[in-house]
Ligand binder design. Sequence first.
Ligand code: SF4
Length: 405
Amino acid sequence: GQCVTHCPTGALTARDDTDKVFDAIADPHTTVVVQVAPAVRAAWGESLGLSHEEATIQRMAAALKALGVDYVFDTSWSADLTIMEEGSELLAKLAAAAAATGDPAASADLAAPGAGDAPRFPMFTSCCPGWVRYAKAHHPELVDQLSSAKSPGQMFGAITKSWFAETQGIDPHSIFCVEVMPCLAKKAEVAYAPMNDACGDPDVDVSLTTREMDRMFRAACLDVASLEEFPLDDPLGTFTGAGVIFGATGGVMEAALRTAHAIVTGEDAPADAFSAVRGMDGWKEATFDMGGTPLSVAVVSGLSNADKLIQSIQAGESSYHFVEVMACPGGCVGGGGQPIHDGCELAAERGDVLWELDRAMPLRKSHENPVIQQIYAEYLGEPLSHRAHELLHTDHHAWKMPHEA
Ligand code: SF4
């Protein structure tokens, strides 16, 4: 069925991909791996009549297993991986800027960004495909300033069909990787040509919205509320509080700062030291001390706010090292694939669910995730290594927008 939604990203018509997932589950030769994005857990129970207490990720895992899914993992795990790569990329750019001028403090000087071969600032986050499409369409001059890191969903798919498949002895061609996202723009992202492995297999086979997953539960007549909670599978179900807050505006920035600060200073700052960029304001900014060097950051959600910020930067009225942009107001919790309640905006309430989860987590920094530490030790080497680049980074010029084709 087709339905029209209020998605602000331009992906106005929601395709229904649930049949593809039911078909994969029915195929005995296919291993179906599902990853669930952090923002989904804050909303999936709304249209099923579940309370916050009932709508846990473990109850969702039980429902997905009842459908016949083989593995249920968490995109929060690969959000931690994204932070390792994107945070390291930011630090490498700051170091390159300092080296280009011979001045170790030059990374803080944004007055003449991009002089010579020095990187241009700000670096923009790239995990929101709604924003990446907007940048390519309306600000092509900024595309080289997008982080080259793939989004957490794509990173997850790439690791599932490489490291996970190898360690489990599963033929990667037999894996059908499903992501459950709060997002409509992700349906286009999974189909971009550079999001394929060396054999041409896509990192992620299907992107479902939260609404589609709920529809699958209803189609299978599952009484979800009565299901016993079921733990997420190992190893890609292990995550930190930093991975969970990716779903709320300011969360990617805060997660990145927690890890970047630890890398730069070697100190263990409190996880809440960077909370100045939380909250529902559409444009937030702050400057943090990173071991004696000031780092100025901004967080915008909603594309009209992104546009205002870009105009301000280009007019020389503001300058930042690092900017998080989410197309949907409030971030992914308010995404176009979430349950819709007419006249009711629940992004703030859903965001609070994620911040509470973060507060309750024993590990709240991405570099503390033991499975992240394991994959770098066993498989990837260092962040930004050759293998990390092959699997986890992309070229935003390697696919065309419709107007470029
Ligand atoms: Fe998708 Fe999140 Fe971006 Fe909205 S903010 S377009 S839900 S990635």
